[in-house]
Design a protein around this ligand. Sequence first.
Ligand code: I22
Ligand code: ZN
Length: 205
Amino acid sequence: MPNSARNIVLEHATEGARLREEFFRDAADQIVEIARLMAVCLARGGKILLAGNGGSAADAQHLAAEFVNRFLMERPPLPAIALTTDSSILTAVGNDYGFDQVFEKQVLALGNPGDVFLAISTSGNSTNLVRALRAAQEKGLTSICLSGKTGGEMAPLCEHKILVPHEHTPLIQEIHIAAGHLLCQLVDYYLFEAVVELTPYLEED
Ligand SMILES: O=C(CO)[C@@H](O)[C@H](O)[C@H](O)[C@H](O)COP(=O)(O)O
Ligand SMILES: [Zn+2]
């Protein structure tokens, strides 16, 4: 018995390491591109909205905190809001309209054209995120999804996608937070270390 429990640990570690290597090799350019567009959004005075359910709600909050506080370097606070944290908003909307609208109403209330909405879902099929992505489209936000496999119902609603090619929710989530950390690091890189690289993108419409 102790051996089979140990095998669960080792199989998770082996498969996680294999997936991580494959994912970052394939998605590196896309992560850089998405970080650059987030940096452009922030440099133009926009903000980043994030949302997810369960473990992905924790990821949304974790990443918002990195932006607002700091990540690896000392720099000014950056505007980011996790839409998962205000229990009065979540219970009022959930109670009066249903859980499917808890993120949609916040995107409609807080989102401005040019802001970024980052939706995090392993299945891509959480209705509250699908509805929030439609609201983001309506309000002119740039939508990004962190998802698994095909990105599910969210995929066609996202302008930019980071998809982890796996079936296992915890492994997808573990890659999501690693990709999220890299987005934080690269946003800081573009805004505070490599402004020259960002300048041509700032001049675009
Ligand atoms: O953390 C986990 C599983 O590792 C769970 O809390 C998980 O996030 C929840 O079941 C979510 O509701 C799943 O939603 P989604 O990723 O499919 O959008
Ligand atoms: Zn979990």
